[in-house]
Unconditional design. Structure first.
Length: 1018
């Protein structure tokens, strides 16, 4: 029996099953030969080209006629392709009710989500190029196909696979698998047969060729686990091979501690060559099978190193059966050695590059320094934003020439830089992700770019690059609600990697958890905790024991330090993320060198800091989940023959701090919904499927702190959730290192010199909104924002050509602070943001509604002032809801709105001398760790309505209905008054705005299914 005969037999059986009822069956993911059978049944085979491929433009042009035909009385059983279902639903959204019978989708369950392309190859190739690129507009050839397909990939530029736009999940149509699936005991070996991993593209190509009538040869299909077999479609494929008489075998490997083919002493000579003649491998303790028990076994570092090198060799030799690896081992277990030895071998014998993604600049610098100075390894280097342009180019040249082969990179640089520009034509031998737990835990609230590594790796695989990925971490929970291991594996699409899960138990750390009876606490719990922690700090200083003290919040760090005796303080330092960088570095250096005996800090301290002689780790209260705690106490007793202590004075109420921390860091549902709504609004207004977006466009949602990180996280959460729901990337998101365009105000005195120096990278812009009118002045209160002409500039090109001696980070900081381009008369070039505002009502009506909102808001604040007492967000939310003038503000945004009036006291603002007319509220978090409370500190709320209205009156739209202006950036990272005005207008539902040219990096966003996004945003 041939493949086509088998298909037709099953097709007849399926249609016979539905013949008795009125039914429409739409077949998804079948080949041209199969589609001819499907369409011929209902007489629509004229949609096929002579080679059997689908004529999508003709389908698109005739979709209304197709819908009318299907809705005619007397229609019975109809069989069509899934593209016809998409076309019919677009032409007749109510088709489901008009049809009146059963509608089902018949799935080609040999595949999952991506199916062999049944369109002309040139069209599939154009789609692949479009989805790989970042063009705002699709090429004309690809345009009609984008109404049917949401993704296109090709492993070899010969075989193409498409993901359909999903038009049946939301319609709740039944999905019927076409092929039967047989689960049985497979033969495990087949002598002389090819090995084909089911997780690789080769398996997908083999199935696609079978669908075209080419029988595969004998093969052994390999999977790392039964779960991988389930996901791959192998059960349906195997049943088909049985019917066609094709011999095959199926082999599953071990998930845990797989050392087959590895030799413990293979790398011993290389170890002793660089680490010393007496060096030897340590024994590490790994769980045998944590799915079954907590039993462990000891495995030599040498075996693990050998297995990593073996997987690298398999990939470089073109063997598709290589596997990725995931290793957890406690701090101090020598994890870096596990990849450094294979990396050295790859450089020496294969000329291949090892890429090491590292989260912190200090961490990568320390590792490269250690390799060079301690071990004489000269082939390592690092690339990050802290080095100058000239130094970066010099290092890249050494990488491309083969002089440097172990390359440490920051994630944000890696995911936004074409790899060819760094590596040239060199091959990747190994891809290492250090501190891999950040992909899922810190990646959400600390380093968003780590979370984008999965998409980056997928792009590399689509380009045909083959290399194993090695994930390393000291902290990764396996199983349970905080399962870091499986979530990381899924996020990075690692398939079924070899897992070496080390025991987290540290016999050299003793626990001293002192339970405190709540009844024994007099007064506020928060004050008790501060006093208790201060006593613990003093005791450690007295004993001379180096100690880390972790607090959940910055306020507690300062309160504990403030409670210390002045005689104790010289031996104590504080450390948290919002401190000045120089102060943080000084504190860290003092602690490392021993002048400081106790460091009071938040969880911002520790990663990448190697301090060998820490005796105690004391917790004011938990700072996060279990993995955070293990990571933090693991910083004790790193030196040989040391015993460490993990100490805390624990109250049951301490868990409250963890809940607050999770509440602060997690993305709220209303924020994601608002991001989606605004994104769709921008897509509609720009008229493109793709665009580069500034995080500043969403500043009204997240405030000023960590804005870029939060917006990236929000977009990624939306994109991942949509892909899980619909099986294809409804939204594509890619971070960029810098904004493509920046804007600058050039005073008249500087214009000639500016044109001479940078004219090649500058373009003058129309700035009618920011200039005073010719021949006169504007009315009182009018703000003239720009004293010169506005130019759009290519910041990267100017840096590369004129400021090669400093890093881009330094250059950008100087540019945005006004420290560059100073003129002889003291004037300077200054950065600008380009804002575009679209109003939702006629401008006069916007002003009227805005006045009503502001007046009502001022009245609410006035009601709080006489009492002088603190109030909560909940109180403010209820008062907003009860006031008719503020009914345009969604209740979820009450907290966002309130924070816009809060002064940042960390910048030493005193309310009496505060010049900011909009900052008249103070906030504080009670020592007990309860919810933040607020208080009105001056009468700024009285002048606030008129002040904002005067600003709004200056933002009249142009003839196109849009207000455009180039406005100054805020000082010290704060928002300018006009940016805050735009935030108010957005929150009140009166306008929507977008920003270009800010100090935050841009984010590329593409809507692969604009219709789906629009429907969801509604």
């Amino acid at each position: 029996m041939t493949f086509q005969e088998d298909f037709e037999k099953r097709f007849r059986r399926l249609t016979d099953r539905f013949r008795a009822e009125k039914a429409a069956l739409f077949f998804r993911g079948f080949s041209p030969g199969q589609n001819r059978t499907i369409l011929s049944f209902s007489g629509t085979e004229d949609l096929l080209h002579s080679d059997g491929t689908l004529d999508v433009p003709s389908l698109e042009a005739g979709k209304e006629e197709l819908a009318r035909r299907l809705c005619r009385p007397g229609a019975k059983l109809f069989t069509g392709v899934y593209e016809q279902w998409i076309a019919v639903l677009a032409a007749a959204p109510d088709f489901k009710s008009r049809w009146g019978g059963k509608i089902a989708v018949v799935e080609n369950n040999l595949f999952s989500h991506r199916y062999p392309a049944a369109i002309p190859p040139q069209a599939a190739r154009a789609l692949c190029a479009y989805f790989r690129g970042e063009s705002p507009d699709a090429p004309q050839q690809a345009e009609p196909y984008l109404r049917y397909y949401g993704e296109a990939v090709s492993p070899d530029d010969r075989h193409f696979f498409l993901a359909y736009l999903d038009r049946h999940t939301d319609e709740k149509l039944e999905a019927v698998p076409f092929y039967e699936e047989k689960r049985k005991d497979f033969r495990g070996e087949l002598s002389g047969a090819e090995t084909v991993p089911v997780s690789g593209s080769g398996f997908r190509v083999r199935k696609a060729e079978l669908a075209q009538g080419r029988l595969p040869g004998p093969a052994v299909y390999t999977a790392a686990s039964p779960a991988e077999l389930e996901k791959s479609g192998l059960f349906a494929f195997a049943a088909l091979l049985d019917r066609l008489g094709v011999p095959y075998a199926v082999r599953t490997g071990s998930r845990f501690n797989d050392t087959r083919g590895a030799r413990a002493d293979e790398f011993l000579p290389l170890l002793r060559r660089y680490w010393g003649k007496d060096a030897s491998f340590r024994e590490l303790e790994f769980y045998k099978n944590p799915d079954v028990s907590s039993e462990t076994e000891r495995i030599s570092q040498g075996l693990v190193v050998s297995q990593i090198a073996r997987q690298c060799a398999l990939a470089l030799d073109g063997d598709p059966d290589y596997r990725n690896l995931f290793i957890t081992a406690p701090t101090g277990a020598g994890k870096s050695l596990l990849f450094q030895l294979p990396a050295i071998r790859l450089a020496l014998s294969r000329g291949a590059v090892t890429l090491v993604v590292s989260p912190l600049i200090a961490l990568m610098e320390d590792q490269v320094f250690s390799l060079e100075q301690k071990h004489g390894v000269s082939c390592a280097t690092f690339l990050n934003s802290a080095i100058t342009f000239e130094e970066r180019q010099n290092r890249i040249e050494k990488i491309r020439s083969g002089e440097k082969s172990i390359v440490y990179l920051a994630p944000e640089l890696l995911v936004s830089t074409p790899l060819e520009s760094i590596l040239g034509d060199r091959k990747i031998g190994l891809f290492v992700i250090d501190e891999a737990h950040i992909v899922t835990s810190w990646g959400r609230d600390f380093r968003a770019d780590y979370w984008y590594l999965g998409d980056f790796l997928a792009d590399l695989r689509r380009q045909g690059r083959r290399f194993p990925v090695l994930c390393l971490t000291a902290t990764a929970v396996y199983g349970g609600p905080e399962d870091v291991v499986h979530e990381t594996v899924e996020s990075l699409s690692l398939g079924s990697p070899i897992l070496f899960l080390g025991s987290v138990r540290r016999p050299d750390i003793r626990f001293d958890i002192r339970r405190v009876d709540p009844k024994a606490v007099s007064g506020a719990v928060g004050r008790f905790k501060v006093a208790q922690t201060a006593r613990a700090v003093s005791a450690c200083v007295k004993k001379g024991e180096k100690t880390l003290v972790y607090c959940p919040f910055v306020s507690q760090v300062e309160e504990v330090y403030g409670r210390l005796d002045p005689k104790v303080r010289p031996a104590v330092r504080t450390y948290y993320g919002t401190m000045d960088k120089a102060a943080r570095n000084a504190a860290q250096q003092s602690f490392q060198q021993g002048a400081c005996r106790v460091m009071i800090c938040t969880k911002a301290f520790g990663m990448g800091v190697d301090v060998q002689d820490i005796r105690n780790v004391y917790h004011f209260a938990p700072t996060g989940g279990l993995s955070d705690y293990v990571q933090e106490i693991g910083r004790a007793a790193r030196g040989e023959n040391m015993e460490g202590r993990a100490v805390t004075d624990f109250l049951p109420s301490d868990i409250h701090y963890v809940r607050i921390l999770y509440g602060i860091s997690e993305m709220k549902q209303y924020q994601l919904a608002e991001m989606l709504r605004k994104l769709c609004s921008l897509f509609r207004r720009r008229g493109h499927r793709a665009m580069l977006i500034s995080p500043d466009t969403f500043s009204y949602l997240f405030g000023e702190k960590e804005l870029e990180n939060k917006v990236k996280n929000g977009f990624l959460l939306i994109a991942k959730d949509l892909q899980r729901t619909y099986g294809f990337p409804v939204l594509s998101v890619r971070p960029k290192t810098v904004f493509a365009r920046s804007y600058v105000n050039v005073p008249a005195a500087a214009e000639r010199a500016f044109q001479r120096m940078y004219g090649a990278h500058a373009r003058q812009m129309d700035d009618s909104a920011g200039q005073p009118p010719h021949g006169g002045r504007r009315g009182a209160g009018t703000t003239v924002m720009n004293s010169g002409k506005i130019y759009e500039i290519d910041l990267v090109k100017i840096w590369e050509e004129g400021f090669r001696n400093i890093s881009f980070v330094q250059f950008r900081r100087l540019f945005f602070s006004g420290g560059l381009f100073r003129c002889a008369n003291g004037e300077r070039l200054s950065p600008r943001l380009r804002v575009r505002v679209a109003y939702r009502y006629p401008f006069a009506e916007v002003l009227e509604r805005f006045r009503a909102c502001l007046t009502a808001l001022s009245g609410i604040f006035r009601s709080y002032r006489p009492t002088g007492t603190y109030f909560t967000v909940e109180k403010f939310r209820k008062d907003l809801a009860a006031n008719p003038g503020c009914d345009a503000v969604s209740p979820e945004f009450a907290g966002v709105l309130l924070e816009m009036f809060v002064a940042d006291v960390s910048r030493n603002v005193t309310f009496r001398s505060n010049r900011d007319k909009l900052r008249f509220v103070s906030s504080r978090r009670p020592p007990s760790g309860g919810s933040t409370v607020y208080r009105i500190m001056n009468s700024g709320y009285l002048s606030m309505p008129e002040f904002l209205l005067r600003l709004a009156e200056q933002c009249a739209p142009g003839k196109d209905g849009v207000y455009q202006a180039f406005i100054p950036t805020g000082k010290n990272g704060s928002q300018s008054e006009r940016m805050r005005l735009l935030s108010f207008l957005e929150l009140f539902g009166l306008a929507t705005y977008e920003v270009e040219g800010g100090r935050n990096s841009g984010i590329f966003v593409r809507a692969n299914d604009p219709e789906k996004l629009a429907a969801l945003s509604r």
